[in-house]
Design a protein around this ligand. Sequence first.
Ligand SMILES: Cc1cc2nc3c(=O)[nH]c(=O)nc-3n(C[C@H](O)[C@H](O)[C@H](O)COP(=O)(O)OP(=O)(O)OC[C@H]3O[C@@H](n4cnc5c(N)ncnc54)[C@H](O)[C@@H]3O)c2cc1C
Length: 393
Amino acid sequence: MDIRFSAEDEAFRREVAAWLDAALTGEFAAVRGRGGPGDDGALVEERRAWEKKLASGGWTCVGWPKHAGGRGLPLSQQVIFHEEYARAGAPGRLNHMGETLFGPTCIAFGTPEQKRRFLPPIVAGEEIWCQGYSEPNAGSDLANVQTRARLEGSDWVIDGQKVWTSWAQWADWCFVVCRTDADSKRSQGLSYLLVPMKQPGVTIRPIQQLTGDAEFFEVFYDGARTARENILGAPGDGWKVAMATLAFERGVSTLGQQMQFRNELEEIIRIARENGKVEDPTIRQRIADAWIGLEIQRWNALRTLSDRAELSPAGMIHKIYWATWHQQLGELAMEVMGDEAEIADAFPYQLKRLQRLFLFTRSDTIYGGSNEIQKNLIAERALGLPREPRPSV
Ligand SMILES: Cc1cc2nc3c(=O)[nH]c(=O)nc-3n(C[C@H](O)[C@H](O)[C@H](O)COP(=O)(O)OP(=O)(O)OC[C@H]3O[C@@H](n4cnc5c(N)ncnc54)[C@H](O)[C@@H]3O)c2cc1C
């Protein structure tokens, strides 16, 4: 494993930094630092325009292969791009799901026609995607999906309810896991349908979160339609395709996430210096611990990515490690803010960035696989402990 950056990589780093610095001015100055965790609903139209701006510079889908319309960057330069993106304070990506989840899955499983139809608008920053997996009784137990789809003429007709669908309100398309074999159970008989969101059969209701934002939604499908060909993989292959999408969640963009964490830690240190909390020995120790945790995350992510072994034990600890660390960082932020942590910025519920961070990090140990589920995975797959009992089919 060699994770040093070459002179060419360093030149690339300067190119990325210079482009971002120039781009995040004028009409885009306002999006700097916006749209991160707990702030996902901020400046949506401006961030939509930002997606197109990024695309105009060739800075979307930088890790996708060139034949799929991406930039085809080597791993080291993908890491650099994501690090510089966060360092510049560029905004939370509105099409994170399209670029990092759906796109790679479409590249792996899509037909040539599907790739031609769906990949270019993601690269161009024109079509936003969301993920329709979870249901009221199918979260950790995803195989319990009850949303159904049946073929009617040239369309799939979809009925059911999804929940916690992030960015559903702003998305043009959703990849929806549905039961297409009415008699099937558990992971059998599921399909991965691509469903347009802006149609009469789709009703979207916001769920307000602790932060005051509503970045996720209940989505009701009542006779919603999508064309027969809008299915990734064959009917009944949905579980396999859905699991492949989840594997892409641990991609290189996690390095960018860590750079964003670094920005948050720096803000905490700045406040601690300003209000004198930095003199408190326990706070100093916790800040040092947070910094050590961040370094561990970075090296572990680089090790996992450069070994390309995402299902190695090193890869498996990644989610539980960063989620737990980030939650503790939110708690540290509140300690450092002291009394200020208790007071909103303005009536009725305008929160400071670190207050939103603290509240949003409560969800880190839930989404993308809860801590308990991650522990089950580590126990069974990394340590070879006996499988926990599964629901009977
Ligand atoms: C901010 C946020 C964004 C999200 N975005 C999306 C999205 O865009 N699309 C989408 O489809 N979903 C999304 N989700 C949903 C997320 O995937 C689920 O919340 C998650 O899978 C947990 O499912 P659940 O909420 O139904 O909880 P449950 O599965 O009901 O779990 C409840 C509790 O029981 C524990 N538990 C469950 N099973 C076990 C077990 N076998 N062993 C031990 N403990 C167990 C869990 O760890 C948890 O503590 C999002 C969630 C959040 C918080």
